[in-house]
Design a protein around this ligand. Structure first.
Ligand code: UD1
Ligand code: CA
Length: 456
C-alpha cells in the first residue's frame, strides 16, 4: 500500500497579526509546519505536498523537498485539497490530510489512522476526532447507530441537537487514495459559508455505500494555534514534553520550568542543568556535563564532563571537548576547545582552536574580524594566555607557549616561547605620598574659604 500526505496551510492566520505566515512561527525552535512534516516523515510517505496561499514563497522554501502548491483563493478545505490534484495522482493506499497549524499531531496517531483505513477495502475515510474543552466552532462527528461515522456537520450548519455533540472533527483524515478525487469532485458549496467543505466527503462516501470511521485522540495532541496567546500555550506544552524527556533520559534539571529546549536538543545521562538555561537549535550534550545557571547555547557540541557557565554563551560551531571548561561571561563561536582546555572568565573565543589543556586567562579576546573578513586563531596544546590579551587573527600561539598579561599579539608565537607586548613600568619613588599630602592641603584651604563666605 502506498502512502501520501497533504498538509493544508493556505490560511493567512490573520489573528496572529504577523507578516510571517502562521505555520512558520516556531515552537521549540522549529516551525509549526516543520513539526507536522516531522510527524508525517515518521510514516515514510512516498509523497508529501503542502497547500499554501499566494505570496507564501517562504513557506514553500521551508517545506522543501515537499511539493508546495498554491491555492489561489481560499474557497474551503475541499478546494484546498483539489489544488493538489496534479501532485497527488490516485494511489492504491492512503492519503493523509493534515493541517499545518496543529503541531502536536503524533506519528503514532497517524499510524493508527492509516491502519484503520487500510483494514477494510470499503473504508473510504477515517477521521481523527477529539473532545475539546469547548467544542464551539468545530465540526461535529455524527455517528451511525453501529458506531461508524455518518457525517461531519460544521457548527454553523448544525442544529441544536448536533451542536450538543462533544465529539469534534480535528481536521485530520485518512482517505482512500483510489477514491479521493472522485469524492472531492462530488463536494459542493451549498452551505452557511458558501465554501467547499472537505468534511462533506464523509456523507458522500456513505451515500456510495462506503464506510467511514473515526479514531479519537487526546485534545492536547490536536490543539491548534490561531493567535500569539495560543502559540505561547503550544510552546509551554512542547517545553513540558521536552523537559520530561530530558529528565527521563537521566538529566537533572534543578528548576525544570526555567529550562528551555529546542526540538532537537540532545542531552545525555547524568547531565545537570541549572536554572534559566536556554537551548537554541542544534545542541548536543554528552554524559556527565554540567551547565550552570543563565547560560545560552545554540549549535554547540558539549563533550563528556564539561562545565559550562554560569552566564556562558555558546554560539553555533562551539565544540567543547571532554572535561573542558567554559566559565562565566565567556562567549564561544565557531571554535573548538580541546580536551581539558579552560576558558574561565570574561572572554570571547571566535573562529579558533584552543588546544588540549590550554588555559585562557580572564578578558582574552580573539580579534577575529577586521571589519571585512573573519580570521582564525590557533592556540596550541598546553599554552597559557595571560589575562586581558588581544589575539589579533590570523595568529598562532605554539604549544606550551606563554603570553604575558595585557599583550596584543599580532605575530605567531613559537612553541614554548614567552611572548609579551607591554610598555615598561615606570616607577617614581615617593610620588604618591607627596601627591596625597599636596592635595589634602589644597582641600583644607578650600573648605576654610567656603566657611568664611557662609558666615558673611
Ligand atoms: C475545519 C473543519 C472543521 C474542524 C476544524 C478543526 C472543514 C469544512 N471544517 O474548520 O470541521 O473542526 O477545521 O480545526 O474542513 N485551509 C486552506 N484553504 C482553504 C481553507 C482552509 O488551506 O481554502 C487550511 C487552513 O490554512 C487550515 C485548515 O485548512 O490549516 C483548516 O482551515 P480553517 O479555516 O481553520 O477550518 P475551520 O473552519 O476551522
Ligand atoms: Ca481552524
Amino acid at each position: 500500500m502506498e502512502l501520501a500526505a497533504l498538509i493544508l496551510a493556505a490560511g493567512k492566520g490573520t489573528r496572529m497579526k504577523s507578516a510571517l505566515p502562521k505555520v512558520l512561527h516556531p515552537i521549540a525552535g522549529r516551525t509549526m509546519v516543520g513539526h507536522v512534516l516531522d510527524a508525517v516523515a515518521g510514516l515514510d510517505p512516498a509523497r508529501v505536498a503542502v497547500v499554501i496561499g499566494p505570496d507564501m514563497e517562504d513557506v514553500a522554501e521551508a517545506v522543501a523537498p515537499a511539493a508546495a502548491v498554491v491555492q489561489p483563493e481560499q474557497l474551503g478545505t475541499a478546494d484546498a485539497v483539489k489544488t493538489a490534484r496534479d501532485v497527488l495522482p490516485p494511489i492504491e493506499g492512503t492519503v493523509l490530510v493534515l493541517y499545518g497549524d496543529t503541531p502536536f499531531i503524533g506519528r503514532g496517531t497517524l499510524e493508527k489512522m492509516v491502519a484503520a483505513r487500510e483494514a477494510a477495502a470499503e473504508t473510504a475515510v477515517v477521521v481523527l476526532g477529539f473532545r475539546p474543552a469547548d467544542p464551539g466552532a468545530y465540526g461535529r462527528l455524527v455517528l451511525a447507530p453501529n458506531g461508524d461515522l455518518q457525517a461531519i456537520v460544521e457548527a454553523r450548519d448544525a442544529s441544536p441537537d448536533v451542536l450538543a455533540i462533544d465529539l469534534c472533527n480535528s481536521g485530520v483524515m485518512a482517505i482512500d487514495g483510489a477514491r479521493l478525487w472522485e469524492l472531492i469532485d462530488a463536494v459542493g458549496n451549498d452551505n452557511a459559508k458558501g465554501e467547499y467543505y472537505l468534511t462533506d466527503i464523509v456523507a458522500i462516501a456513505r451515500s456510495q455505500g462506503l464506510t467511514c470511521t473515526f479514531i479519537e485522540a487526546d485534545a492536547e495532541e490536536l490543539s491548534g494555534v490561531n493567535s500569539r496567546a495560543e502559540l505561547a500555550v503550544a510552546e509551554a506544552i512542547m517545553q513540558q514534553r521536552l523537559r520530561a524527556a530530558a529528565m527521563a533520559n537521566g538529566a537533572t534539571l534543578i528548576d525544570p520550568t526555567t529550562v528551555w529546549f529546542s526540538y532537537d536538543t540532545r542531552i545525555g545521562e547524568d547531565v545537570t542543568i541549572g536554572p534559566n538555561v536556554f537551548f537554541g537549535p542544534g545542541v548536543s550534550v554528552a554524559n556527565g556535563a554540567e551547565i550552570r545557571a543563565f547560560s545560552h547555547l545554540e549549535g554547540a557540541t558539549l563533550g563528556e564532563d564539561v562545565t559550562v557557565g554560569p552566564f556562558a554563551r555558546l554560539r553555533p560551531g562551539a565544540v567543547v571537548a571532554k572535561g573542558a571548561r567554559v566559565g562565566n561571561f565567556v562567549e564561544v563561536k565557531n571554535a573548538t576547545l580541546e580536551e581539558g582546555a579552560k576558558v574561565n572568565h570574561l572572554t570571547y573565543i571566535g573562529d579558533a582552536r584552543v588546544g588540549e589543556a590550554a588555559n585562557v586567562g580572564a578578558g582574552t579576546i580573539t580579534c577575529n574580524y577586521d571589519g571585512f573578513l573573519k580570521h582564525h586563531t590557533d592556540i596550541g596544546a598546553g599554552a597559557f594566555i595571560g589575562s586581558n590579551t588581544a589575539l589579533v587573527a590570523p595568529v598562532k600561539i605554539g604549544a606550551g607557549a606563554i603570553v604575558g598579561a595585557g599583550s596584543t599579539i599580532g605575530k605567531d608565537v613559537e612553541a614554548d616561547a614567552l611572548a609579551v607586548e607591554r610598555a615598561d613600568t615606570k616607577m617614581t619613588r615617593g610620588w604618591a605620598k607627596m601627591f596625597r599630602e599636596k592635595k589634602s592641603a589644597e582641600k583644607a584651604a578650600q573648605q576654610k574659604s567656603k566657611q568664611k563666605t557662609a558666615r558673611k
